[in-house]
Design a protein around this ligand. Structure first.
Ligand SMILES: [Zn+2]
Length: 263
C-alpha cells in the first residue's frame, strides 16, 4: 500500500495549481479571466475553484470520511459531497467489473459467502431478511471478486464460479453443500471450521476471504450504515480498494473521476 500524505496526494499538486489539465494530463493550459483552467490540447475547461473542491472531496473519499463529516470539515453542502461520492462510486463499479471481465481468477481460490447489514443473525440462506448476501471468490495473494446474490443455491454459486474462475483451479471452501459439485471444475479442498488450527502444510483454510470480509465490514463501519439499495456499489468500492491495495488509490480515484492523470 502506498502511504504518506505527500506520496499519496502529490499527484494532484499541479492540478490544484491550475498548471495541468485534469482531463488529458497536458501542461498546455491557460487560466481564463473567469478563473477557469482551459486546455489548449483537449479544449476542455473547468473552474479552478470547482476543481479544487472536487479534489478535496476525492481526498475525503480516499480517506473514507463520511459525507456529513466532510461537509462540516470543508464547509460545503453535504449534497455536493454525496453527489461526488456517488458519481465516483458508480464509476468505480464499472471499472471494477471491467477489470474482472478482463481475466478470470486462477490458481488457489477461496470461496465463501457473507451476510452484510440487517440486525438479526440469520441462518445461512434462510432467515437472512434485510441482509445482503454476498458471494466472494479470492485468489490467494491476488484479487477478489464479489457479487450480491439472491440466494446461495448450488446453481447460483456455480454460475458465478464458472463466470469468474478458470477451470482447473484449486478451490478452498467450507463444508457448505452448495459447493458439492465443485470437483467438476477443479481440485476441491473442504475446510473443517471446527478445527481451530490452520494446517500450514496443506494450506487448507479460507483465511484470505475471511480477512476480506473483515476488511469490508471495517470500511462499512466507517460509512455508518449503508442502505440495501446502494450496498452493491459500496461492495464494489471495497473490492476495488482491496484489489488495488498496493497502488496509489487516490491517484486511481482521480483518474476514474476525471478521466486522466499522468503517472
Ligand atoms: Zn486537456
Amino acid at each position: 500500500m502506498v502511504t504518506g500524505h505527500n506520496r499519496v496526494f502529490g499527484c494532484a499538486a499541479n492540478l490544484l495549481r491550475g498548471k495541468k489539465c485534469v482531463f488529458c494530463g497536458s501542461f498546455k493550459v491557460n487560466r481564463t479571466r473567469r478563473g477557469y483552467v482551459k486546455c489548449r490540447k483537449c479544449s476542455k475547461q473547468k473552474s479552478l475553484a470547482k476543481l479544487r473542491r472536487e479534489i478535496a472531496i476525492l481526498q475525503g473519499f480516499y480517506q473514507q470520511v463520511p459525507a456529513y463529516r466532510l461537509a462540516h470539515d470543508l464547509a460545503v453542502d453535504a449534497k455536493v459531497i454525496s453527489r461526488v461520492y456517488q458519481r465516483l462510486r458508480a464509476a468505480i463499479f464499472h471499472v471494477a467489473e471491467l477489470e474482472a471481465m478482463e481475466s478470470k481468477l486462477s490458481g488457489e481460490i477461496e470461496l465463501d459467502e457473507a451476510y452484510f447489514g440487517g440486525r438479526r443473525k440469520g441462518q445461512r440462506g434462510r432467515g437472512a431478511a434485510g441482509k445482503s448476501v454476498v458471494f466472494g471468490l479470492l485468489e490467494r495473494d491476488g484479487r477478489v471478486y464479489t457479487k450480491v446474490v439472491e440466494n446461495v443455491s448450488a446453481e447460483t454459486l456455480m454460475t458465478h464460479i464458472r463466470a469468474n474462475a478458470r477451470k482447473g483451479s484449486v478451490y478452498y471452501t467450507d463444508a457448505f453443500k452448495g459447493y458439492q459439485s465443485l470437483k467438476r471444475y477443479g481440485k476441491h479442498h473442504t475446510v473443517n471450521h471446527t478445527k481451530r488450527f490452520v494446517d500450514r502444510r496443506t494450506k487448507n483454510h479460507i483465511n484470505g476471504i475471511e480477512g476480506f470480509w473483515s476488511f469490508g465490514k471495517h470500511i462499512l463501519y466507517n460509512y455508518r450504515g449503508v442502505s440495501k439499495y446502494y450496498f452493491p456499489m459500496y461492495l464494489k468500492e471495497i473490492e476495488y480498494r482491496f484489489n488495488h491495495r498496493r497502488d496509489n488509490l487516490f491517484k486511481l480515484f482521480l483518474h476514474t473521476f476525471f478521466g486522466y492523470v499522468s503517472p
